[in-house]
Design a protein. Structure first.
Ligand SMILES: Nc1nc2c(ncn2[C@@H]2O[C@H](COP(=O)(O)OP(=O)(O)O)[C@@H](O)[C@H]2O)c(=O)[nH]1
Ligand SMILES: [Mg+2]
Length: 182
């Protein structure tokens, strides 16, 4: 490998954004990750994530590594292992499941609580309000207001909330912009 290639690779690495996608099982993490990838890198079928999957892609002209970690109860204790060097945390929520908002808020709280003070504690937090395609009109307004209310204290003032759908692609542009903006 020539020196120029090495320098170029290092530059790309320095510029790389490490993004961790977490949230409860079935909230749509893998579907969102798949949607964020360029068309030629997407899978046609999403299966439940066993363990974790890492994808690297150019998004908004930045090299982004997307760490999609399984959200089942048994896997949650392992979330901490992926925290180091994370630049962006995308916390994914299924807005059509109000009965799970409280569980989601509790898990986000305990994740942030455990890892505060560790390297990367100043990460950018984006809350992806996913599955908006399943709701409309006043039920969408009510669910979004309720989830924002449940999470805003936990997520803190700097958190960005993005409404999206991994299935229809709505809000994906905004999500990728929020991930890559300085
Ligand atoms: N209608 C709808 N279904 C979704 C959306 N995102 C994910 N799903 C569905 O929700 C289920 C769980 O999605 P998956 O990405 O595997 O969730 P994960 O466990 O968080 O990775 C699958 O059946 C997806 O097709 C969405 O935005 N809208
Ligand atoms: Mg998954």
């Amino acid at each position: 490998m020539g020196l120029l290639t090495i320098i170029k690779k290092q530059k790309l690495k320095d510029n790389e954004i490490r993004c961790l996608i977490l949230g409860l099982d079935n909230s749509g993490k893998s579907t969102i990750v798949n949607r964020l990838l360029p068309k030629d890198q997407r899978s046609t079928e999403i299966t439940p994530t066993v363990g974790f999957q890492i994808h690297t892609a150019h998004i908004q002209d930045r090299l982004v590594s997307l760490w999609d970690i399984g959200g089942q109860t048994t896997l949650r204790p392992f979330w901490d292992n992926y925290y180091d060097k994370t630049d962006v945390l995308v916390w994914c929520i299924d807005v059509s499941q109000p009965l799970r908002f409280d569980e989601s808020a509790r898990e986000l709280f305990s994740f942030l609580q455990r890892d505060r003070g560790r390297p990367g504690h100043d990460l950018k937090l984006i809350v992806a309000l996913n599955k908006i395609d399943l709701l409309s009109g006043s039920s969408l307004t009510t669910c979004v207001a309720s989830v924002q209310d449940d999470l805003s204290d936990v997520a803190g003032a700097g958190a960005v909330f993005v409404r999206c759908s991994g299935v229809t692609g709505q809000g994906m542009e905004e999500l990728s912009y929020a991930m890559c903006a300085d």
